[in-house]
Unconditional design. Structure first.
Length: 430
């Protein structure tokens, strides 16, 4: 009867083990989130914080914003040529003579209305070109912001990687120092040779040199991030624990909508409008002018207004207009080729970035297994060493294997995150 309960108890235990493991993992994630929130509350910067600061700090983004205003100003200038122009003219003339009776004083006051009636659609084409150039500059500004995001992400994750790598080096340094103390104790009782102590001390000094190199790299990476965001950097925290990689086809579908591709297309369309501006030199120009007099001294004094219609028909101006048209057409064709190249470049960028992310994720998964095996190997070798089953060199090899596996895993972890951000930028995602 007692044994009849054993299968039931065993079944309950087997069923509960995954739940216990899942609960432990959930608790670890929950604890990590609590620590992350606490660090952010204490002033730690996230990638989003750094990017927002970089947008405010970047001179390139500010220059692009001013270029957009410049294009808007050109649109206003072109619009001003279409609208009628009104001016007030006052002419006060005096002519002295030998006698005051013969002196003359003439006063004319008038409003002058000027309107261009036809100029070969030059102004309308110029307005369209200015509007398209404004669109081009807006997309170029957005692309500059996306590229800035890549720069910030690279500096952000590089700094995190170096700091975590320094932590590994310091941990290995502590383990080696413990090895030195243990070997010195064993040397005192005759269980170890002095050469073994010196061998480990060499490893300690090499790690100390690596730590100093890491400190220098940490300063450079931190200064780079500070340059981008415009403020001192102390603590930074990664809130993007994981990311979801879509299929390559989904990213490639966004190639033609990337900001620089759209900007190149608007640049081509704007230049086509400038061809129309150049071609307007072949057409006659018609303008009208109306003068409305408030006071008139010249003849005929009984007329309050005059009107003037001017028609300017170009007959021969050499090859000036022809050259301007051919030049505008050539520039438009160049911009078309630049647009087509930008589309192909976007596809290539996405394919390269996607291949980098995929390869790095595969390496990261393999290195995670290698790290787990190295940790288990070090634990087993250390245990065997206590029972004199292995020598000191075997333990040192285990430490070096663990160091290499852990540093490689850290490198691929942050490198995959940098490659993923580069993929987002290559696809033109926000």
């Amino acid at each position: 009867m007692k044994n009849s309960y054993f299968p039931i108890i065993l079944g309950l235990l087997v069923f509960s083990i995954p739940r216990i493991a899942f609960a432990q993992e959930a608790n670890q994630h929950s604890a990590a989130r609590i620590v992350t929130v606490a660090r952010i509350a204490a002033g730690a910067l996230t990638l989003r914080n750094c990017y927002q600061l970089a947008l405010k700090q970047s001179e390139i983004i500010a220059i692009d914003a001013e270029k957009i205003k410049e294009a808007q100003a050109r649109f206003a200038q072109s619009l001003g040529l279409i609208l009628p122009q009104v001016s007030f003219v006052r002419t006060d003339s005096r002519q002295e003579a030998e006698s005051s009776a013969d002196s003359r004083h003439a006063l004319d006051q008038e409003f002058v209305f000027t309107q261009t009636l036809f100029s070969g659609f030059k102004e309308f084409a110029a307005m369209s070109a200015s509007r398209l150039q404004g669109q081009q500059l807006s997309w170029e500004k957005q692309r500059a912001e996306q590229l800035l995001y890549t720069d910030v992400a690279d500096a952000f994750y590089l700094l995190l990687e170096i700091r975590e790598d320094l932590g590994v080096l310091r941990s290995i340094h502590q383990s080696l120092e413990e090895r030195v103390k243990d070997l010195q104790q064993r040397e005192n009782i005759g269980k170890s040779r002095h050469s073994e102590v010196v061998n480990v001390q060499v490893q300690v000094y090499n790690i100390e040199a690596d730590i100093e190199t890491g400190k220098s790299q940490e300063v450079i990476a931190r200064q780079l991030l500070e340059f981008l965001i415009g403020k001192p950097v102390k603590d930074i925290v990664d809130t993007d624990i994981d990311f979801q990689l879509k299929t390559e086809k989904e990213y490639l579908a966004k190639a033609e909508k990337r900001s620089d591709v759209r900007a190149a297309r608007y640049a081509w369309q704007a230049q086509r409008k400038l061809v129309t501006v150049a071609q307007s030199g072949y057409f006659p120009k018609v303008s009208g002018e109306v003068d409305y007099f408030l006071h008139r001294s010249t003849a005929p004094q009984n007329n309050d207004w005059t009107a003037l219609l001017t028609i300017d028909v170009p007959i021969f101006e050499g090859t000036t207009v022809y050259g301007e048209v051919r030049q505008a057409q050539s520039v438009a064709k160049q911009n078309e080729w630049l647009w087509l190249r930008a589309k192909r470049q976007a596809v290539q960028d996405i394919q390269t970035a996607y291949a980098n992310v995929q390869a790095d994720l595969g390496r990261n998964q393999a290195l995670a297994k290698a790290l787990a095996a190295a940790e288990e190997n070090y634990s087993l070798q250390l245990q065997d060493y206590k029972y004199n089953l292995v020598n000191n060199l075997t333990v040192l090899d285990a430490i070096q294997s663990l160091e290499t596996a852990r540093r490689s895993y850290i490198h691929t972890t942050y490198e995959s995150k940098r490659f993923y951000r580069q993929l987002l930028t290559a696809a033109g995602e926000e």
